[in-house]
Design a protein around this ligand. Sequence first.
Ligand SMILES: Nc1ncnc2c1ncn2[C@@H]1O[C@H](COP(=O)(O)OP(=O)(O)O)[C@@H](O)[C@H]1O
Ligand SMILES: Cc1ncc(COP(=O)(O)O)c(N)n1
Length: 277
Amino acid sequence: MPARAATIAGSDSSGGAGIQADIKTFQECGVYGMSVITALTAQNTLGVHDVHRIPAAHIAAQFDALEQDVRPDAVKTGMLADGGTIHLVSERLANFHWPNIVVDPVMIAKGGTVLLEENAVEQLRTHLLPIATVITPNIPEAAALASIVIHSRNNQLEAAKRLHDLGARNVLVKGGHGPDKDCSADLLYDGAEGWWIEGPRHHTMRTHGTGCTLSSAITAYLAKGYSVLDSVIKAKQYIHMAIKYPIAVGNGHGPVNHWATRMLDRGEDSLCHYIKN
Ligand SMILES: Nc1ncnc2c1ncn2[C@@H]1O[C@H](COP(=O)(O)OP(=O)(O)O)[C@@H](O)[C@H]1O
Ligand SMILES: Cc1ncc(COP(=O)(O)O)c(N)n1
């Protein structure tokens, strides 16, 4: 059987983020992709126009269908919309003992639409963080979860330590929203050591779905058996390529290019490097 990965997230009708980005990434990274859909969004590169939440009983039925036949080797969470869904998802993940849980704590879309009710942040902290193999907040999400202001790499590290203390085994505080003009530096912290996983910053509007894509690539590599550090490095190379070689889709914040990795034979992967904190 091929390595299998599942995404528990919302659908993006325009295909750049959410379930669609996740499944494309799984496919490109060579794993069999599956999904548990928590919400449908009417969305394009200009913004989110409508959100339809899936009833809890149907979300549970999707979980059960996978458990009974096609258990994943790794799983990620994305848009969970509200506290009730977080509760259900964390309960199912804990009971089923699915391995390699990547939590992307999606809160707000790039266009500003709220994708997780504000009062659900506490549920994320108490229910999902403690069962996460890796959590992948961007800087605003890490700031909200760790109750800290992030202006510098030191703050990024402090936030990671606080989120590790809340129970996440590995914390990746992504640097896409960071202040550095030339570099986008993600910090991986495992409770003992920190690694700065850096790539050049691309000056582009086409960053719709970057976080979804990165966390899906990490999930795919974990499903294939790579370590957390190796999975994060390989995922960073994947997102670097997907941003560097853009495709012209939509009139707003366009999607990344999910099949750019097929250009890896150009040797571009060596542009990313990592250094010990
Ligand atoms: N302009 C950019 N150039 C290069 N890498 C980027 C850029 N924007 C985001 N990234 C990378 O994409 C990934 C997602 O980061 P981020 O944008 O912080 O997450 P999110 O999409 O959740 O807001 C990270 O690996 C980050 O370093
Ligand atoms: C269904 C769904 N899930 C996640 C995102 C976040 O992606 P981004 O931060 O790039 O807007 C999104 N826009 N839509």
